[in-house]
Write a protein that binds this ligand. Structure first.
Ligand SMILES: [Zn+2]
Length: 298
């Protein structure tokens, strides 16, 4: 046989050899990275599997297996999902599950097991009933807001001043009610609320110490009035409430606790509470109509 013929055969053998040996593990994709489920809730494990695709074997979605978790106790648990292709290459993806106790639609922060955040100084940090500020941390660049002695962090305050002036320029009534809160103050509010009105009331109306965004110096409660019940759902129907929703993101602010996302944020609807996250992230959240929780955890 001629030399060139032999090289063609050799090349063909090599090629087929490559095709039969599958070295690539399948790509396993989950729909979320972290979810909350209620105490004693039955988990539908398959709902979190988006797809599993292998370069050689194709769609392996129906072959995904998983570990199981116990939902009869609160706490942070992990479900491991696995998939293997015909050649034995394995992939694993984890889903963190916070088993929480609900009081109505709200997470009970007393029994919830929270992670301590590592980046409290980052303006995009996620703080909620399951992510707490490190003990003793305080912002070091607080400044007074434009219309009273309340404080915000420098970057948030500069954005808030622009937001405030833009509202004023449109003839909208705007008043700062509450911004930065010392951790000690938040603790005091919580303890007092529990003592006077009971735990259920506190869960409904107060943030748990170290899990309030007000302690970050990035959140502010605003109203169209300084009289009466300033922080009520009436804010939503005011020109200010509408301005928050339509224009807040242009200044880096999001409506942090929307009406239709109570189960996601763990907080009641608060049309008066805005949070600074920077223009880039605020615009993304606005355009996709998602909360900070959905941005980080799917
Ligand atoms: Zn607030």
């Amino acid at each position: 046989m001629k030399k060139w013929k032999m090289s063609i055969i050799a090349a063909l053998l090599l090629l087929t050899g490559c095709q039969t040996s599958d070295q690539q593990a399948p790509v396993l994709t989950l729909s979320k990275s972290r979810v909350q489920v209620a105490l004693n809730e039955k988990i539908d494990y398959s709902t979190y599997i988006l797809k599993a695709v292998d370069d050689v074997d194709g769609d392996l979605t129906d072959q995904v297996t998983h570990s199981e978790i116990d939902t009869t106790s609160v706490g942070k648990k992990v479900i491991h999902y696995y998939v293997e292709d015909q050649s034995g290459n394995q992939s694993q993806q984890d889903l963190t599950v916070d088993v929480v106790e609900y009081v109505g639609d709200l997470i009970n922060p007393i029994t919830a097991q929270a992670d301590t955040v590592e980046n409290p100084e980052d303006v995009t940090v996620l703080v909620n009933k399951l992510h707490e500020i490190p003990e003793g941390w305080k912002p070091d660049d607080l400044e007074k807001v434009i219309d009273c002695s309340q404080q915000l962090r420098k970057e948030a305050n500069e954005a808030y001043t622009r937001f405030y002036q833009a509202a004023k320029a449109q003839g909208i009534d705007i008043y700062t009610i509450s911004a930065y809160r010392e951790p000690e103050t938040q603790q005091l509010y919580w303890d007092n609320s529990v003592k006077v009105f009971g735990e259920e009331h506190a869960i409904q109306y107060n943030a748990y110490p170290r899990r309030s965004e007000h302690e970050l110096g990035l959140s502010v409660d605003i109203s169209y009035t300084t009289q009466g019940d300033r922080l009520s759902e009436k804010v939503a129907d005011s020109p200010l409430g509408r301005f928050i929703v339509s224009d807040g993101y242009k200044y880096g602010f999001i409506l942090r606790y929307p009406q239709d996302k109570v189960r996601v944020t763990g907080y009641s609807y608060e049309p008066w509470h805005i949070r600074y996250v920077g223009v880039e992230l605020a615009t993304k959240l606005h355009n996709e109509n998602i909360t900070l929780e959905e941005y980080y955890e799917g």
